[in-house]
Design a protein around this ligand. Structure first.
Ligand SMILES: CC(C)(COP(=O)(O)OP(=O)(O)OC[C@H]1O[C@@H](n2cnc3c(N)ncnc32)[C@H](O)[C@@H]1OP(=O)(O)O)[C@@H](O)C(=O)NCCC(=O)NCCS
Length: 165
């Protein structure tokens, strides 16, 4: 696995050698939209929203690419001392191989590089896969709220810990 972004070494198995993690470019908007639809269905962001995300400087999107296909992505808003992870998605056919962990750790490293002091995110309380991943990577529940009739969690992870992660 080649990585063009700095992130801590991870004990991650099963990730194809050809996988690349890189910062998005404007041309990624279309494949990111496609990935988002495969992962979030009707809740996916629109084409216009993805165009904004890849073009506006406040946003940083990390793209996991296999061959010429975008197979995962993490969208970050970096406003030091805050950072928020607005989206994390892995293609359904490539899940449970450590790709989500890889993108999450790369996001933490990127937020830390931007001198953010914490990384926050929101997730559906029933999204067991994501909540488990976030807890495993050190996120704690900061608040519980309801949005559009859906129970949601606000989760936060402090950055700059002494363990170097
Ligand atoms: C959440 C998501 C990004 C995880 O991606 P992934 O590549 O499968 O994650 P990983 O392989 O790195 O899994 C890491 C850990 O997360 C947890 N996890 C992941 N998928 C899980 C599942 N289906 N059930 C239970 N735990 C799961 C496990 O603890 C797993 O570790 P393990 O495989 O050693 O048990 C992916 O499922 C996804 O894209 N879901 C749809 C989009 C989404 O809900 N995004 C989050 C919105 S906030």
């Amino acid at each position: 696995m080649h990585c063009k972004d700095s992130f801590p070494p991870a004990e991650i198995a099963d990730i194809p050698d050809a996988l690349i993690v890189r910062t998005s470019r404007p041309l990624d908007a279309a494949p990111l939209l496609e990935l988002d639809r495969a992962c979030f269905g009707r809740r996916a962001w629109t084409a216009r929203e993805w165009l904004e995300v890849v073009e506006e400087p406040d946003w940083t999107t990390l793209v996991a690419e296999l061959g010429d296909r975008v197979v995962g992505a993490a969208a970050l808003l970096l406003w030091p001392p805050e950072a928020s992870l607005a989206s994390l998605a892995v293609h359904p056919k490539l899940r449970r191989r450590g790709l989500g962990t890889l993108l999450l750790r790369a996001s933490l490293a990127r937020a830390r590089d931007a001198r953010a002091r914490w990384l926050a995110l929101e997730v559906d309380a029933v999204n067991a896969a994501a909540v488990r991943l976030y807890r495993r990577e050190g996120f704690g529940v900061a608040r519980r709220f309801c949005e559009d009739g859906q129970a949601r969690l606000g989760m936060v992870r402090r950055l700059g810990g002494t363990d170097g992660r």
